[in-house]
Design a protein around this ligand. Sequence first.
Ligand SMILES: [Zn+2]
Ligand SMILES: [Zn+2]
Ligand SMILES: [Zn+2]
Ligand SMILES: [Zn+2]
Ligand SMILES: [Zn+2]
Length: 142
Amino acid sequence: MRNRNLSIVIIVIMAVVATSALALRCRYCEGGTTVTCAYCDGNGKVDCNYCGGTGEITCDFCEGDEYMRCSDCFGKGKIKFNGDTETCTTCNATGRIVCEYCVAGKMACEMCGGYKELTCVICGGNGEVTCGACGGTGQREE
Ligand SMILES: [Zn+2]
Ligand SMILES: [Zn+2]
Ligand SMILES: [Zn+2]
Ligand SMILES: [Zn+2]
Ligand SMILES: [Zn+2]
């Protein structure tokens, strides 16, 4: 088994030497000096883990409730005015108003801006990284 492997290696080396007498082409990047970024699979983008790839997060202001406490009547639905109790017109006596910061309790993810993806930090969005096996030279000594 050991001898067989060794002879295969020798054949491969001979074949490479025959085409390139000076240096061996790096077999990881095939001489191209860069390899596909494994972190993003070459897409240059990764799913935003802050929002779980949905592009939305629960609204901070209403905690996903869609409604906020009315600030005019402090949620009571009524306002005391000159000794009289009046109905709060801001919230229509409900004591709550529709949250102005979100849509149905959800807001765009602040990390990805609602795009669901982030630029890959490993490759900077290129989808390619410098080949670690040859240090980006494209050539490698065996
Ligand atoms: Zn990447
Ligand atoms: Zn909200
Ligand atoms: Zn009110
Ligand atoms: Zn996000
Ligand atoms: Zn390489």
